[in-house]
Design a protein around this ligand. Structure first.
Ligand code: NAD
Length: 486
C-alpha cells in the first residue's frame, strides 16, 4: 500500500530560511518496507552555531520575548490551525516515517495542534507572587523567559514531542533550537514550514536535523540557557554531563519500565483489555509502555487468559491500512535489539506464551508479533531493562506490600497503573509506588497524557515535567523584586 508523501523541505531551517546546503544527505526510511522515502541534509556544526547565534540575537534584541503574551498566544493559535490545515500530510509522514498506524497518527496530529492551542492561552495565567515580608518592603516575583533553549526529541513520537517542547517554550517567550531524531525528521521539518507561515519572527524557531554530535554541541554550547531532552536514559545522562560545564537548566524525559499492578479483586477483563493498549500501543515503543504486568497470584490464570484473548484483536500490518493496530518497529537495528531481548528472556527461563517472532504474513519491514512472557522473575533482565518493543512480562505477587516492593524494584519511575475494587488499597499503592504518574482502574495507554496534567518521571526516568502549567516552570526563570517603601 503506498500513498504519495507531501513534498517537504529536507534541509536545516535556520533564521527563518530552509538552507540550500547541509551535511551529506542521509536516507530516511519507511520502517514498514525499509524503502527510502527521503534524503535529509543534517545541519553541519557551523550551521548549528549560526542557528544558535540567530536564536540568541532574537532573544536578546528581538520582538518575541517582549511581545504582549496575548499576541504571542495568537501566533501559537495560528500554528495550531496551520497543523490542522495540513493534518493529513502530517499524519502520512508519521505513519510512513514513524511506522504508526494511520488512525493513531491522526490522533497524534490533533494532539499536537491541541498543545499549541493550550499554551496559546496559558501564559496570561502563569505569573509571579506577591510575598508579604514586612510593612516597608514590597516583594514580588516575575516569571521571565528562560532564554535560548535547545530541544532534542526521539523517534517514537516525533511531532508530538516537538509540540510538547516548542509550544510552552514559545509561549514563555524563549527562542528555540530543536533537533529531531535522525530517524524521523520529516514531520518536524513540515512543522518548520507551518511555523514560518504563521508570523513567528525569523530565528525564534530553528530546526536542526542531525545526530548525536549536533545534540552534544547544543548541550555544551555556552550561549544556550537550557536544554530539554527526551530520549534514552544513557543519552540523557550524557546530555546532563555536557550541560554541566555551563550550568544550563536541564529537563529530561527518559526511559521507563512501568508496572501494571492487578489485584485479584479487580475488574480482570477491563484490566486485561487496558493492558493490551498500555503495553503494545505504538508497538511498545513508548516510554510509558506498561511492560511489567504484576498480577496477584490467585488471578494470574484468569488475567493471562483474558490478556491472550484480547491480544487476538491486535492487527499487525501496513500503517496505511485503516484496520492496522500494530505497526512495525522503527528500524532493522531496533528489530534486532528487541529480538535479542526476547531470546535472552528465553535463556533466562521466562516462559514464552505468545509471539516472539516476526508475523509469518509480513516478511518485509520491521514487524514483530505482540509477545508475552510468563514466570518472569524480578532478577531477570526482561523485568529490569526497557525493551522498547511489543514485549511484556507477567510476574505473580502475593501481598500488597509485595506488589509495591516489586513495582519499585526498578531503576526507572515514570508511569504505571493499579487495579483493585478496594479503593483504599488502590490509593495506598498509587501513593507508595515511586513514579511520576500512575493510573487507577483505567486508562488504556499512558496514564496521564492529558496535556493539562504534568508528564514526567522520577529516578532514572528523568528530571522535571512536561505539559500542563508545569512545563512553563522550566521555560521561565523567577526573578524576585524587592522594593523599599520607606
Ligand atoms: P536516544 O537517546 O537514542 O536519542 C534521543 C535523541 O538524542 C535523538 O534526537 C538523538 O539524535 C539525540 N542524541 C544522541 N546522542 C546524543 C548526545 N550525545 N547528545 C545529545 N543528543 C544526542 O533515544 P531514542 O532511541 O531516539 O528514543 C527512545 C528512548 O527515548 C527510550 O529510552 C524511551 O523510553 C525514551 N523516551 C522517553 C520519553 C519520556 O517522555 N520519558 C518519551 C519518548 C521516548
Amino acid at each position: 500500500m503506498t500513498r504519495a508523501l507531501p513534498p517537504i523541505r529536507q534541509t536545516p531551517f535556520i533564521a527563518g530560511v530552509f538552507q540550500t546546503t547541509g551535511g551529506p544527505r542521509e536516507p530516511i526510511f519507511d520502517p514498514a518496507t525499509n524503502d527510502p522515502i527521503g534524503q535529509v541534509a543534517p545541519a553541519t556544526p557551523a550551521q548549528a552555531i549560526e542557528a544558535i547565534a540567530a536564536a540568541r540575537r532574537e532573544f536578546d534584541h528581538g520582538d518575541w520575548p517582549r511581545m504582549p503574551v496575548y499576541e504571542r498566544g495568537q501566533i501559537l493559535r495560528a500554528i495550531a490551525d496551520g497543523i490542522l490545515a495540513r493534518a493529513e500530510d502530517f499524519a502520512l509522514l508519521e505513519a510512513v516515517n514513524g511506522g504508526k498506524p494511520i488512525s493513531g497518527a491522526r490522533r497524534e496530529v490533533a494532539g499536537a495542534a491541541r498543545v499549541f492551542n493550550y499554551y496559546a492561552g496559558a501564559m496570561d495565567k502563569f505569573f509571579g507572587d506577591t510575598i508579604p515580608i514586612s510593612d516597608n518592603l514590597l516583594n514580588f516575583t516575575l516569571r521571565e523567559p528562560l532564554g535560548v533553549v535547545a530541544q532534542i526529541t526521539p523517534w517514537n513520537f516525533p511531532l508530538l514531542a516537538a509540540a510538547w517542547k516548542l509550544a510552552p517554550a514559545l509561549a514563555a517567550g524563549c527562542t528555540c533550537l530543536l533537533k529531531p531524531s535522525p530517524l524521523t525528521p520529516m514531520s518536524t521539518l513540515l512543522l518548520a514550514e507551518v511555523i514560518a507561515a504563521c508570523g513567528v519572527p525569523a530565528g525564534v524557531v530553528n530546526i536542526l536535523p542531525g545526530g548525536g554530535e549536533i545534540g552534544q554541541l547544543l548541550a555544551e554550547h555556552d550561549t544556550i540557557d537550557g536544554i530539554s531532552f527526551t530520549g534514552s536514559t544513557a543519552v540523557g545522562a550524557a546530555v546532563m554531563r555536557a550541560a554541566a560545564g555551563t550550568v544550563k537548566s536541564v529537563a529530561l524525559e527518559l526511559g521507563g519500565k512501568n508496572a501494571c499492578i492487578v489485584f485479584a479483586d479487580a475488574d480482570i477483563a477491563k484490566a486485561a483489555k487496558s493492558a493490551v493498549g498500555a503495553a503494545f500501543g505504538n508497538a511498545g515503543q513508548s516510554c510509558s509502555a506498561r511492560s511489567r504486568l504484576l498480577v496477584q497470584r490467585s488471578a494470574v490464570e484468569a488475567f493471562t487468559e483474558a490478556l491472550v484473548r484480547e491480544l487476538a484483536g491486535l492487527k499487525p500490518g501496513s500503517p496505511l491500512d485503516a484496520a492496522t493496530t500494530l505497526g512495525p518497529l522503527i528500524s532493522q537495528a531496533h528489530w534486532s535489539r528487541v529480538d535479542h531481548n526476547v531470546r535472552r528472556a528465553e535463556i533466562e527461563g521466562a516462559r514464552l506464551l505468545t509471539g516472539g517472532h516476526r508475523p509469518d504474513d509480513l516478511p518485509g519491514g520491521n514487524f514483530y508479533l505482540p509477545t508475552v512472557f510468563a514466570d518472569v522473575a524480578p532478577d531477570m533482565a526482561l523485568y529490569r531493562e526497557e525493551v522498547f518493543g511489543p514485549v511484556c512480562s507477567i510476574t505473580p505477587f502475593d501481598t500488597e506490600a509485595d506488589a509495591v516492593g516489586m513495582a519499585n524494584a526498578s531503576a526507572y519511575g515514570l508511569n504505571g497503573s493499579v487495579w483493585s475494587r478496594d479503593i483504599g488499597q488502590a490509593l495506598r499503592v498509587a501513593k507508595a509506588v515511586r513514579t511520576g504518574m500512575i493510573a487507577v482502574n483505567g486508562l488504556p495507554s499512558a496514564s496521564s497524557t492529558s496535556l493539562f496534567a504534568p508528564f514526567g518521571g522520577t529516578k532514572r526516568s528523568g528530571l522535571g515535567r512536561e505539559l500542563g502549567m508545569s512545563a512553563l516552570a522550566f521555560y521561565t526563570e523567577i526573578k524576585t523584586v524587592t522594593v523599599d517603601l520607606s
